[in-house]
Ligand binder design. Structure first.
Ligand code: MTE
Ligand code: MO
Length: 479
């Protein structure tokens, strides 16, 4: 191997821009990746590592395609880091930003450990209308921040009253406590089915990146009114931005925004929640305060809430601007223009089969089969019907919406436009005589008569979001 020149950390650190060149280190090697960055402007988080080590970024963004980066790196090697600076780097890197993450229940299926992303087994999901917090899916982009409730302060900016600062105690005592049962769903729920059509970028979620809980807290509307919100504000502002207290290595916090209308509407039910299922929010779900935006994609339900900003603009965060948007199946990473699509807010109608599992075998002697699942729609639209087929969609039966069960669904229909919670459904049907296999399919209909598309390919998109095709499960019958 040819001897490479030796560089100090200081020399590496002086290369942090396209003008001065972009250098990074990896395992003691020094790499000049200027050309790569110039070819992929803004497309890769790699620029954040400019002048420093790649390793801590890979610990944070473990999901980003490391193999591809490694391959590309080998072409750009220009030198070695001197021994002393390499030793310093290694000491720093043993400080794991995830070491204070909370314990999690072992039943969860882990999609990614650091940051922690996990979903429950589907059959657990449909066993209870309210998902116990330990089983609620968890989707973190960053380490879980440790927040001291005694010193926690929530800041509210951008209103005539000036900066409003609230302690946890003030949030709990100055505003009425409001309780809402709402389903959260990640935009990437059921992404694995898109992956099966053609590779997408993102965590390979199954059908359980969705859960339902009871949330209690102050209404965002009440807090904004207390900070001086009024009709004049509505004329100049259009968005409410949220910043989390979770930060990446550069100090950038998780952020998102929702339309101002949703935030201030009396029927919007947007909460600054401090309780989940009747207890303090668990660390993974945003302790001590998170935003709950019923009917809206998980990504806008900002956890570990630090700041609220009423603004003319959407959040400028990566997750609002360059992620969580839908595109045509024909759009790929070379042609995608994130500015051309709106940020996902309300989600489309969804349903899935939680039991039996795909590939299950049922005995002919059991004569009957019970199929279970969930159904939900965004924007407060109520699911009014779930159709189930056992023969791949040739014939259909209407499933029963379950009402008496653990963590019981409220009686009656929710107010129009405020159906925030999912519906659990089931159907028990005789095994069709002669059939060796059942092709079970489900599809839901909401009260705007929105229906799910029948196949994945026409809704495939490069980020694998909004995956809501008919859900299909195949089951063998053993004679
Ligand atoms: N809020 C912060 N501060 N940091 C995050 O990483 N992830 C978002 C959202 N809020 C996230 C966040 C995403 S993408 C989803 S789907 C939901 O939180 C998941 O909420 P849960 O972990 O309570 O299920
Ligand atoms: Mo998400």
């Amino acid at each position: 191997e040819a001897a490479y020149p030796i560089f100090s950390q200081e020399e590496v650190t002086s290369h942090r821009s396209l003008q001065d060149g972009v250098w990074v280190t990896y395992k003691g090697g020094v790499y000049d990746i200027t050309e790569f960055v110039a070819m992929h402007p803004g497309g890769d988080k790699i620029l954040l590592a400019a002048g420093g080590a790649l390793e801590p970024f890979w610990a944070l963004y473990a999901v980003h395609n490391q193999e591809h980066v490694l391959e590309m790196l080998s072409e750009y090697k220009v030198g070695e880091l001197n021994a002393e600076d390499l030793k310093k780097q290694k000491t720093m890197q043993t400080l794991d930003p995830y070491s204070s993450d909370p314990e999690r229940h072992p039943v969860l299926r882990i999609n990614n450990l650091k940051p922690f992303n996990a979903e429950p087994p589907p059959e657990i999901l449909s066993d209870s209308f309210i998902t116990p917090s330990a089983f609620f899916f968890k989707r973190n982009h960053l380490p879980v921040p440790q927040v001291d409730p005694a010193t926690y302060l929530l800041q509210v900016e951008g209103l005539p009253g000036g900066l409003l600062t609230l302690s946890l105690e003030e949030l709990k005592t100055r505003f009425p406590k409001h309780t809402v049962t709402a389903t959260l769903q990640c935009a990437g729920n059921r992404r694995s089915e898109m992956n099966a059509v053609k590779q997408v970028k993102g965590l390979n979620w199954g059908i359980a990146a969705i859960s339902n809980a009871t949330w209690s807290g102050a209404r965002l509307r009440d807090v904004l009114l207390a900070a001086g919100y009024g009709p004049d504000v509505a004329r100049r502002a259009g968005h409410v931005q949220f910043e989390g207290l979770d930060k990446d290595v550069t100090g950038t916090t998780y952020g998102a925004s929702i339309p101002l209308n949703k935030a201030v509407s009396e029927e919007g039910d947007v909460l600054l929640a401090y309780e989940m299922n009747g207890a303090d929010l668990p660390a993974d779900h945003g302790y001590p305060v998170r935003v709950v935006v019923p009917g809206v994609v998980g990504a806008r339900n900002v956890k570990w809430l630090g700041k609220i900003i009423v603004s003319a603009d959407e959040s400028s965060s990566h997750w609002q601007q360059n992620d969580y948007k839908g595109f045509s199946p024909g759009t790929d990473w070379d042609t995608v223009n994130f500015k051309s699509a709106p940020a996902i807010q309300e989600l489309p109608v969804q349903s899935a089969i939680t039991a039996p599992a795909d590939g299950a075998v049922v005995d002919r002697s059991s004569e009957e089969l019970t199929v279970k699942g969930y159904a939900w729609s965004g924007g407060g639209r109520e699911v009014v019907r779930v159709d189930v087929s056992l023969d791949g969609g040739k014939t259909w039966q209407v499933a029963q919406i379950r009402s008496s069960e653990k963590g019981q669904a409220p009686e009656g229909t929710p107010p129009t436009g405020r159906a925030w919670a999912w519906k659990l459904w089931e159907i028990t049907a005789p095994l069709p005589p002669g059939a060796k296999e059942l092709k079970i399919v489900c599809k839901a209909v909401d009260n705007s008569y929105n229906m799910q598309p029948d196949t994945v390919a026409p809704i495939w998109n490069l980020r694998g979001v909004l995956s809501n095709a008919w859900h299909r499960v195949n089951v063998k019958i053993r004679e």
